[in-house]
Structure formats: C-alpha cells, structure tokens
Design a protein around this ligand. Structure first.
Ligand code: ADP
Length: 364
C-alpha cells in the first residue's frame, strides 16, 4: 500500500457519511484538512452547529478513524471545532450585525403552544452551547414576558440609544410586551408593525448570536411579510396540535412561507398525547400523529412531538420554562432534540449549497 498523504486521506473521507447530516463529510465541508506524519494522521473537522448531537460526534470520529485505519493509518486523531454554519445576508437585506441565523417560529392559529415552543427551543439551543436571542414578535399577544418572568423590560440603553436586551437563563430577550401595557390592545397597521420590527432588528444590541429565534403571531399577516422583506430567515418551525382544525391552518402557513421563499425547517406536534401521572394511561386528547402525517404530505421534516403536561403549562405560567426548571426531564429532552434537529436542518440547507462568495450568498 502506498504511503498516506493528504490526497489519499481526502479520498478516503469522501466515503465517510456525517452521521447527523447523512451526507459525505468532504462535500459538506465538515472535513477541513489534515496533517499526515508517517502513519499518523491529524484530521480537522468543523461541527456546523453547537446543537450537533454528542452521540453523532462520537460516531463521526469513529467513522473517520475506521476509514483511515483501513488506509493503513496507525494513529488517527480528530480535532473538531464548532463553527455555526451561516451565510452573510445579500445586499438587498438588512445586515443584522450579530445574529447569524434567524429562526421563525410560527403557527396557523393561536393557543397551540407556539410561544411555549419558541421559548423552550431558544433555551434548548442555549443549553446546547449556542449564543441565542429571542425576539417576541407576536405583536398582538406577546406572551414571552409571562413565560420568562422578570425582568420584563430591556436591560437599558447604550449612550447612542441602542436597546440592551433582557437576559434570561443566558438568553437575550426582547418582546413587544416590554413596551406596551399588559392590558392594552395593540391596534397597529402594517407600516407601524414594519417599523417596529425594523427597530427591534436594527436598534437592539443583539451581539454575536448563532441563532435569533423569532416568535411570530399566529396566521399569515403583516409580521411574517415584513420579516421576510427585512432579513434573510434561515427557516421556519411550524407548531401545530394534532387535530384537523389546527393542521388545516398550518398548511396555509407553509404555503405562505413558500411564497415568500422562507424554507420550512419542519413541523412540531405540540400537545401530542397525555400520560396520566397517576396510572400511566396514555390518552390522545387532541388525536395524535396529525403533525407527522402533515410533514409527510407536505414533504417537510417532522421535528418531534411534545406531550400535554401540567409541568409544561406551569413552567410557562410561572416564568421558568421547563427546559430551565427541569432540564433533565423527559419533556425538556424532547425540546433539546427538536432544537438539535432544527439547527441541523439549517446547517444542512447551507452546506448542501456550493460555497459562494459572501456578496452573492442568499440563504434559500
Ligand atoms: P400560542 O403561542 O400558540 O398562543 P402558548 O405557547 O401561549 O400558545 O400556549 C398556550 C397555553 O398552553 C399556555 O398556558 C401554555 O403554558 C400551555 N401549553 C402549551 N404547550 C403545552 C403543553 N405541551 N402542555 C401543557 N400546556 C401547554
């Protein structure tokens, strides 16, 4: 067998599939290069999201080691660095100066748990080690201040009048609810909504973020349109409950996102089933599986299901969402998995595109 060199290493690694992204690590730019010294190889890889699952990371190292051992390597070391995949905005969109990927969390109708999912998704990304912001853009019913508790106002302003977001469990947060009275109805027309969003995006000191999660109002309205015009959105997470009345409206939501060219990263089925804490009986209060079926029919990924559970409701009402209050619970793990799949979905969309020069890049 000829001696190992960079070419042979690269060729061998072209046959290695990334366990989380299910594509070869060379064309997906996970493999960054190597250093060969006799039969010892040091392989550099880039993990494209902090939410990359730990078991997949171990499996990736195993696959690389096996592939190179077959080529005659006696010692293989894999050096992994996490670098969140993103594409700088095209010139016709606002440059957010900080947030790399914007994730829109949307639902066809109110009350399905969209804000619960947005908050726990954002907190899960933080727990995965990402830098994350949460923008409550649910102008007509901002519930993030209730879900996260005090402080329910910005942390302050800078000398040049920029807004410093509130901090909750390592998450940077801004909500419309910070600026309007709780009991006051918000009656704003399209241009006002547009200006407010513009201000939240431009005048908030988000800093360097891997993900900015946006909790959108339910339905298909001005906020969705304005956001899609203002900034590139990495993708949308659609939240639904399993029953038909909720599913129908999600179909409309997906169709709207397609029209404004925002990729749908997947569907989350909330209030999926109920396990009685007394007897363990599993009850499908709102039916079950509608979200998964819809994902198959519309050909978008299914990101996961969350049961109906009083601890999730309590977390939302008491200001400490379940991912923060019970991080090791089964339900918190559901959110952690959904966050991983969402982040991997973004990485997959970016890495499946050929590398472009930043000036021409568009996340679509
Ligand atoms: P939306 O943003 O879609 O209007 P919310 O996230 O505000 O919905 O949720 C509505 C209510 O349902 C809240 O009281 C919330 O705590 C509760 N809730 C949401 N998801 C669950 C769940 N999986 N189990 C129990 N209660 C939930």
């Amino acid at each position: 067998m000829s001696s190992l060199d960079e070419n042979r290493v690269k060729k061998a690694l072209q046959r290695v599939e990334d366990p989380a992204l299910e594509h070869d690590i060379v064309s997906y730019r996970i493999y960054k290069g190597c250093e060969v010294s006799g039969n010892k190889v040091l392989v550099h890889v880039t993990i494209p999201t902090p939410a990359y699952p730990k078991d997949a990371r171990r499996e990736l190292e195993k696959r690389i080691t096996e592939a190179l051992t077959q080529e005659g390597a006696k010692k293989v070391t894999v050096k992994a660095e996490v670098e969140t995949a993103w594409i700088p905005p095209p010139s016709d969109k606002m440059n957010l100066q900080g947030p790399k990927n914007v994730i829109a969390v949307a639902a066809g109708k109110g009350g399905v748990g969209k804000s619960t999912v947005a908050t726990n998704l954002a907190l899960s990304l933080v727990r995965h080690g990402a830098k994350v912001g949460l923008l409550d853009a649910d102008i007509f019913g901002p519930s993030i201040p209730t879900m996260l508790g005090p402080p329910d106002k910005p942390a302050g302003t800078t000398p040049d009048q920029k807004i410093l977001p509130a901090q909750h469990h390592g998450l940077k947060v801004i909500s419309v609810g910070f600026f309007v009275d709780k009991n006051e109805a918000v009656v704003w027309r399209g241009p006002m909504v547009h200006r407010l969003l513009q201000q939240f995006l431009q005048d908030v000191v988000w800093g360097d973020l891997d993900y900015l999660v946006c909790d959108l109002p339910p339905g298909t309205g001005d906020v969705q349109l304005s956001l899609s015009q203002l900034i590139p959105i990495a993708g949308a997470v659609m939240v639904t409950t399993p029953q038909e009345v909720s599913i129908i409206d999600v179909v409309k939501g997906i169709s709207m996102f397609e029209k404004v060219e925002i990729p749908v990263l997947g569907i989350v089925e909330n209030m999926s089933y109920y396990v009685c804490p007394a007897c363990g009986h599993n009850d499908e209060i709102f039916s079950h599986g509608g979200g998964k079926r819809l994902a198959q029919e519309t050909d978008v990924p299914f990101l996961g299901e969350i049961p109906i559970d009083s601890r999730i409701r309590f977390g939302g009402d008491s200001g400490v969402p379940i991912v923060a209050s019970l991080p090791d619970s089964e339900h918190a793990r559901c959110f952690m998995d959904i966050a991983s799949r969402t982040a991997l979905g973004i990485a997959e969309r970016i890495l499946s595109q050929p590398k472009r020069s930043p000036r021409l890049a568009v996340i679509r």
